[in-house]
Design a protein around this ligand. Structure first.
Ligand code: CTP
Length: 398
């Protein structure tokens, strides 16, 4: 496919070299269109060598080829990474002073912006308004990551990792629908840990792969995503707000806070049903005596609480609540009972066993639908199951 990689003048321009490599190595024809200032950070020969294509910033070079019209018209995707405050402003206002802004005006394909700038610039009302305008017009503007910026300061404004921007490009090129644009969704992922003492905990084997796949696919479909990650050791998906938690009670607080004005909540995290009644301040030492038994107490059932709160408040938010469950037998009957008991709208019932386990890239499931027919999702990548879940969520959001 034809991809235009727009690069604007920010220090993160060097990361776009890696994005370019990922795009070309997956077989795409890439034209790099830098701004003049981008070339202060990474020079023209680098872009030309990595893309195997000529590189120009101006509309008055190679005029006979009418590049300012042709490049945009022929593109299947335009991705601008990094997108500075300046290029967002120009794109929002339709300015066309160089080849990149011309291309943005002539492109009729999906456009992805990956902004990177200082936090103050990202949070400035002018930038907020420009981003809102671009999103209203259908562009996918990825939220920047939070972390170390150019200097010693940290905050939102970092370019997400190239591999994660590439994953979004890949999904957009595959024609993922933009049906969650303007929606806020909360996804929990991973598995909780319940501390026994400063070095030990009760936990589970959840890797977070399914929850992260849900977060990634929701970003590509245009949603604002809050990802609540319990002990996950995976790269941060681009464009999500990540809240890190450890225990079930921390997860509960984070989920309830984020859900207050969310359109949908998906509880993919494996939550410990019990925790040790007592957490020792100091490491438990072994002695010659028999060890003390560990007494457990119940953790809050977060999914049930979400449903109960919605019912008690007579409120409509979150509009869609999705649970996950693992059943070995009587899948439909047990699943339907759980769906009703937990007051959720969709319940993704995993087929346990058959080589489908924690940490594996594949999954298969039956999605039970409140007031509707179950949907079978055959074995496939966790991202495919995630997309089927979002199809059902989007349908319920209307
Ligand atoms: N869940 C939760 N809070 C808990 C336990 C589970 O929110 N304390 C959520 C999980 O995130 C998941 C669903 O509820 O979405 C799983 O329900 P659960 O009752 O734990 O089902 P199973 O894991 O299948 O276990 P069981 O059949 O023993 O109830």
């Amino acid at each position: 496919m034809n991809v235009v990689l727009g690069v604007s003048g920010g220090i993160a321009a060097y990361k776009a070299c890696e994005l370019l490599r990922l795009l070309t190595e997956s077989g795409h024809e890439v034209r790099v269109v830098p701004t003049r200032d981008a070339l202060r950070f990474v020079g023209e020969p680098t872009w030309a060598a990595l893309s195997h294509n000529p590189v120009t910033t101006e509309v008055f070079e190679n005029v006979h080829e009418v590049p300012h019209v042709r490049i945009g018209q022929e593109a299947d995707l335009v991705v601008v990474a990094p997108a500075t405050a300046d290029v967002l402003a120009k794109a929002a206002h339709g300015l066309a002073g160089d080849l990149l802004t011309n291309t943005l005006l002539t492109a009729r394909c999906p456009v992805v912006f990956a902004p990177a700038m200082h936090t103050e610039m990202w949070e400035h009302p002018a930038t907020r308004a420009n981003v809102a305008t671009l999103r209203e017009r259908g562009a996918l503007v990825i939220e920047p990551a939070v972390g170390r910026l150019t200097g010693t300061d940290t905050g939102p404004g970092r370019l997400p990792e190239p591999e994660e921007i590439f994953q979004i490009c890949r999904r957009v090129l595959r024609g993922t629908p933009r049906d969650l644009a303007g929606r806020t969704v909360v996804v929990s992922a991973g598995g909780t840990r319940e501390p026994l003492d400063p070095v030990r905990y009760l936990g589970n084997r959840s890797s977070g792969l399914q929850g992260y796949a849900l977060a990634r696919t929701a970003v590509a479909r245009g949603a604002e995503v809050v990802l609540i990650a319990a002990n996950v050791a995976l790269p941060d998906p681009a464009g999500v707000k990540i809240v890190r938690v450890e225990t079930a009670r921390e997860l509960r607080d984070a989920v309830l806070a984020a859900s207050a004005d969310a359109d949908a909540v998906v509880m993919a995290a494996a939550v410990a049903d019990f925790r040790p009644a007592e957490t020792h301040d100091r490491k438990i030492k072994k002695t010659d005596a028999e060890p003390d038994p560990i007494h457990l107490v119940k953790n809050p059932d977060i999914l049930a609480e979400l449903g109960e709160r919605r019912r008690a408040a007579g409120a409509a938010t979150p509009r869609v609540i999705v649970g996950f469950a693992a059943e070995t037998d009587d899948v439909l009957a047990n699943g339907q009972a759980k769906l009703a008991r937990k007051g959720c709208d969709l319940l993704v019932v995993n087929q346990v066993g058959a080589d489908l386990a924690f940490g594996k890239p594949d999954n298969a499931a039956t999605v039970l639908v409140a007031g509707g027919e179950p949907v079978e999702v055959p074995r496939g990548p966790k991202e495919d199951l995630a997309d089927r879940v979002w199809d059902l969520v989007a349908a319920r959001l209307g």
